[in-house]
Structure formats: structure tokens, C-alpha cells
Design a protein around this ligand. Sequence first.
Ligand code: F6R
Length: 243
Amino acid sequence: MKLEICPDIETVSQIAAERLATMIRAKPDLGIVVATGNTPMPVYAELVRMQARGEVDCRNLRVFQLDAYLGINDDDPRSLFGWMMRSFITPLGIAPENVVRFAALPPDPPAECLSYAAKVRAMGGYDVAVLGLGPNGHLGFNEPPSADDAPTRVVALTEQSVASNGHYWGGPDAVPRQSMTAGMDLLLSARAILLVVTGSRKQIILNQTLHGPVTPQVPASYLQTRPQALILADADAAGGKTA
Ligand code: F6R
């Protein structure tokens, strides 16, 4: 695991987008799994600007959904698929057939999780995972405790995730209690992992991720065991430190 600390969110986002652009130039059909949540939004916006300036062409990317709330249809404002479409797929002009997703209202959610994981594996796994850090150390919706071999599955959200995701949807009552998530096994096998961490509310959990014990209680701590992981943090998240 490598750590790079930048002075502010803008710099984090520029560096993250530039790293992704370098990978995309080398492999235009890169397989990328993309987090929603607030943290990576400026990264995606920067990638869109780079594409508009002709600096990168993202249209042939193969994109994988990271996670989905259970019981939420695509036209619901809380749909994470919808958020990924609005922030990444549509502005970058990626064809819907190049997107691997979780079905919105699967009749058998555990079977849907198996089917998603089988598709990812059949496509050779993820080239790159762009992830945010949950306030409880989750990656995707791999809630604590999640070990490094936790599979793609249905997960019950912890109270901390419900509270934190309540910020997106106007309060905890609007947050679904279950989700489907790409497993730790798939995420930690990505050939490159980019964890973006910004803001002072991530200070304690970032410190545990970087320096605490490697434990299922902090799923992101498994990144310590992954040389292909780069953590890009701003000074607020890194406790005021800049590189
Ligand atoms: C989103 C996701 C979550 C978020 C994490 C951080 O698809 O899987 O793991 O990345 O909760 O959220 P923000 O960026 O809003 O702080």
C-alpha cells in the first residue's frame, strides 16, 4: 500500500483523475469498478473535463457497479446505479452494454450476487477499483466485520453506515437497511486499487486503515497487505499533514 497526501480535495481529484487517465490511455477498455458516495465525485468530474479537452477517451471502458441498495428501483433517487449513471457512465459517453451491474429488484438477491461475481471473474476481474472509505472502514458495503475473503453478497448496513448515508437522502429513515456489494475478495484482487479519502471526518478511520491492526473490524485495513493499493488523501483526512 502506498499513501500520497495532497493539500486539498482539488489536488487529490486531479492526481486521481490523471492516474486513471494514464491507465486508460494504456488500455482503453480498462475494467473499472466505481464507487458512488461524495468522495469520488470531483474525480469523475475531472475525468469528464479531461475527456472534453481530448486528453483521454473513456468511451470504451468496461464499468462495474460496486454496490446497490436492496429494494430500490432505478428510478428511485436513492438508486446507486442511477448515481453511477449520472456521475460517470453518461457524462463519459460509455455504452450501457459495457456496464456490469446488480439487477435493481432481483427476485433472488443472493443468486444475483453470485451471478455478478461470476460475470466479473469471466471478464478477468477488475483492472482498477476506485473506492471511498466508509466512516466505519467499509469498502463498498463490506461492513465490519468483513475479512479479505468476504464474497459478493447481501449485507445488512450497520447503524453507522445508515447514519452516514442519511446525509445523501435527507436522513437515516430514508436509507435502505440492506445492500448487495462486490466482495472483499474481488476488490482486493483488483490489479490497481485507488482509495480516495478526503475531509476531517475521515481522520480517525484513515489512521486506523493505515496504521491499525489488519482486521475484519476495519475492512479497509486489508489494503495494508496490497502493494497495488494507492491511498490518496487530502490534508484534512491526513490530520493536517501534507506530503
Ligand atoms: C459507495 C460506497 C461506499 C462509499 C463510502 C464513503 O458506492 O460503496 O463505500 O464509498 O461510504 O462515502 P463518502 O464518499 O460519501 O464519504
